[in-house]
Design a protein around this ligand. Sequence first.
Ligand code: MRU
Length: 367
Amino acid sequence: MKIGDKHYRSVWVADNGRTVEVLDQSKLPFVVDVLPLNSRDDVAKAIREMLIRGAPLIGAVGAYGVALAMTEDSSDEALQQAYDVLVETRPTAINLKWALDRIVGQLKHERPEDRVARAYAICAEIADEDVCISESIGEHGLDLIRAIALTKKQPGESVNILTHCNAGWLATVDWGTALAPIYKAHDAGIRVHIWVDETRPRNQGGLTAFELGSHGVPHTLIADNAGGHLMQHGQVDLCIVGTDRTTARGDVCNKIGTYLKALAAKANHVPFYVALPSPTIDWTAWDGVKEIPIEQRDEKEQSHVFGMGPEGRHTWVNTVPEGTVCGNYAFDVTPAELVTGLITERGICEASSEGLQKLFPEQYGEN
Ligand code: MRU
């Protein structure tokens, strides 16, 4: 997607053919800065400290971490070590494990001297596939938005969509998941207006506002607790969110606060859709509340707000009494029964094992 006139992906390989470059998301939305990653440990740090973030992007960049590790040492031991170090960096998004399983599984069968070239080729495949997947999600989600637009009585009335966190192109390689249908709708001339949850404590809503603003999509940033009020007053036609891990029965784990939005949507008869690429499905998990590990992060992210000070410097501002104990749960699980549908690259299905089976029969031993 574009920032100004320049098209970006959120990860790419530098001209030297080795260094991996990403946009430093800790500096966005204030400063667009390219962060070079030169080693496995650079990648591990970037994922752990959320300089890059979003489930599909974590997967793609994690795979590049293996490629960088191979440039230093392409032995079997280094390959296994790269897997072990990288898979630990963030526990909830399954895309990381999916991408590492894929690249390490394939590299194991290569001779050490062939591993570097093969690793970069696999990473490029993962990144390109992610772009195609996200774009297909956009096409399928567009149908939903178009159908709602057709119900609007007043000329020029917008479809109001609420989203949580950032599930846009910054969280994937390009397009995004929850935001892909919105970009497609906007580009197709459908009037949309987006309610953007600020998404405390990390304020990923600022990233969503940055993306939507760069693309010219009308939007309003709201406090995390505003969604229920807006739904009660008929100001939300549709919710679309992303996910970090979805179980085989359609339970959805996403950024903390998603569950409360889904409850409010159910109570107010607002359709609640989750957009996801198939690598986000954990086919081995069934009950999301019991089985998905929920990341807990540093208390400082909760006790402080991070932003740009008036002098143009990034600053942490304390908002609570010294010594306050803070809980920083990064994700929650929305049970399948609160989800109206899953928007995948293969189409839209019910959030249930039956729904998923129709779209992904090969996971059930069918052709
Ligand atoms: O902690 P983050 O910012 O990595 O969490 C991101 C989310 O929760 C997104 O909604 C999810 O990864 C889907 S991104 C397409």
